[in-house]
Design a protein around this ligand. Structure first.
Ligand code: 5GP
Ligand code: ZN
Length: 131
């Protein structure tokens, strides 16, 4: 059983602060910033492609509520919502989870650098997406 399923079953401790029928939220054990929260579905799915549309709708509702809690209870003014979907994207725990990372003035976190397309590359990608 995966580590997040063990947290759902309360077999290992976690700082759980939100729970509903489908979702659970707890503090990340190694926070990027204080208040860094993870929101997971209670049922095991590895990634975004595995969750049903109906469960995803409920899960994103939970994400929204948890974001509201961070703002109202911790006084944060904004957060990044991150999903590392699959190993190439840095996913290490293969139980779907959204990261809510509180942001603070001058916290030093850098977002992804902006790149540039080579000549014709954007059109090629767009054609593939439209095919
Ligand atoms: P990923 O890279 O898979 O998107 O992120 C996994 C996250 O889970 C990491 O931020 C890591 O700190 C967190 N994490 C891993 N194991 C545990 C744990 O046992 N308890 C909690 N609360 N967080 C964990
Ligand atoms: Zn799991």
């Amino acid at each position: 059983m995966c580590i997040f399923c063990q947290i759902v079953k309360k077999e290992i401790p976690a700082s759980i602060f939100y729970e509903d029928e489908i979702a659970l939220a707890f503090l990340d054990i190694k926070p990027v910033n204080p208040g860094h929260a993870l929101v997971i579905p209670k049922g095991h799915v590895a990634n975004l492609e595995e969750i049903s549309d109906s469960d995803l709708a409920l899960l994103i509702g939970a994400v929204k509520k948890v974001g509201r809690m961070l703002k109202d209870k911790l006084g944060i003014s904004g957060y990044n919502l991150v999903l590392n979907n699959d190993p190439i994207a840095g996913q290490e725990i293969f139980h779907l989870h959204f990261h809510l990372i509180p942001r603070f003035e001058n916290d030093g976190l850098k977002l992804f650098p902006a790149g540039e397309y080579k000549m014709g590359e954007k059109e090629e990608l767009l054609n593939k997406l439209l095919s």
